[in-house]
Write a protein that binds this ligand. Structure first.
Ligand code: OOG
Ligand code: NI
Length: 401
């Protein structure tokens, strides 16, 4: 099996897993499929300019969270086997409310690969030495626990490296890879150390979700929808409470970038180890359901204008966006514009998504010094190239004109 098929198979396996763990996800996927079919009916081929119905129907992004650079590098190997490369650097410590993580997204980088299966995973890593969040003692406790755990079995990493080296795995090895990878992202039944989890939760619920447990899990798995306003209404009609708004640029004459919304997950039963050693059952609320709509990618100038002045500052036709070099397009043989879809994330929406899912804003001491983290640092930790999203859009545009 080749990386492309392995990626599609992993996306499907995780979708089945997450559907059994979070039943409301299955409702969300059903509603997305209805809305997409209706949009195709209503608008015809026009809707497929941003991706074929096959691509959009299969399209998912996952979100996972890890604790250390070593764990991040291992995630890079597992997704690398599936033809997913790290793209972009997001610093959520600067967000409102601040979250003590830095992130990247693993995804295919070629248009043909994206068309075959665009599975992407937003991956966040805890910054344990950031004094705005963690004092020296908490950092030491975190390090001790994170260093003692392993998120991925060695057998999985060996298979991942073999796939990256050879470009193929036998059917038997591919099955084993899928089984091990999928179970690495399942919610663990291991008891949660109550006192430690609560100690971290005061600082940040994301820190507790990462460092307070011994495994990682899919936080959410997000389908793509062609009409997110329609979906938002339909979900509410079905009695599912959505967050109060859709994140990202509002609907416009030319939709741009990425719009996302989510529903709050219900309490999930978890096992706890109490301070007296007894095992109890309780609940945690860390996972939720998200859905997204994707549109044309903006150039750095387009993005700067959008971020400073909002969507209304952008021209209202594709031709003008192209002429002013504000968004990315290729041209068909007869000269028509084809939008290049935005394949990445928005730090502001990501912060909103994190926040919609927090039990509290946590505590950050702004007078303390942050620790330096940037794309160069992350690339070094990953030990593989970290792509700049703009380079990828630019290359695709130059190749397609
Ligand atoms: C990731 C939040 C960001 C998105 O779609 O912007 C994200 C997380 O909650 O771990 O998934
Ligand atoms: Ni997400």
């Amino acid at each position: 099996m080749r990386p492309t098929r392995l990626r599609a198979a992993l996306a499907r396996a995780l979708s089945v897993l997450y559907g059994t763990e979070v039943p409301a996800y299955t409702t969300l996927v059903e509603v997305c499929e209805q809305i997409n079919a209706e949009a195709l009916e209503r608008l015809g081929e026009q809707t497929e300019r941003l991706g074929t119905i096959e691509r959009v129907t299969a399209e998912r992004h996952g979100a996972i969270r890890v604790g250390t650079p070593e764990e991040m590098a291992q995630v890079g190997r597992v997704f690398g086997a599936c033809g997913m490369q790290p793209v972009g650097f997001y610093d959520l410590r600067e967000a409102t409310p601040p979250v003590p993580v830095v992130s990247t997204a693993f995804r295919p980088v070629d248009r043909a690969e994206l068309a075959s299966n665009p599975f992407r995973v937003f991956t966040s890593m805890l910054v344990v030495d950031d004094r705005r969040f963690f004092d020296e003692r908490t950092e030491a406790q975190l390090r001790e626990r994170l260093d003692a755990r392993s998120l991925f079995p060695t057998e999985l990493l060996v298979l991942a490296d073999r796939m990256e080296a050879d470009g193929a795995l036998s059917a038997h090895d591919a099955d084993r890879f899928l089984e091990l990878a999928t179970s690495s992202f399942a919610l663990s039944e291991e008891p949660v150390d109550r006192a430690w989890y609560e100690q971290l939760e005061i600082i940040s619920s994301v820190a507790a979700d990462i460092g307070g447990v011994t495994t990682t899990h899919i936080n959410h798995l997000t389908p793509r929808v062609l009409d997110i306003d329609g979906l938002y209404r339909r979900m509410q009609d079905r009695g599912i409470t959505m967050i109060d708004r859709i994140q990202g640029p509002p609907a416009a004459p030319v939709d741009v970038l990425l719009r996302q919304t989510s529903f709050r997950a219900l309490d999930e039963p978890r096992t706890f180890r109490e301070p007296d050693g007894s095992i109890t059952t309780g609940h945690l609320r860390v996972r939720f359901g998200e859905v997204e709509a994707r549109a044309v990618a903006l150039t750095p100038q387009g993005r700067a204008l959008h971020d400073a002045e909002g969507i209304t500052a952008l021209p209202s036709t594709e031709a003008e966006l192209d002429a002013q070099d504000l968004a990315y397009f290729t041209r068909t043989a007869d000269g028509a514009l084809e939008p290049i879809v935005y394949e990445d994330f928005l730090p502001k929406s990501a912060a909103g998504i994190f926040a919609s899912n927090l039990t509290s804003d946590g505590t950050a001491d702004g007078s303390q010094r942050g620790s330096r983290r940037d794309a160069t640092w992350l690339q070094e930790q990953l030990g593989r190239p970290l792509h700049d999203p703009y380079d990828l859009y630019e290359a695709e545009r130059s190749a397609g004109r």
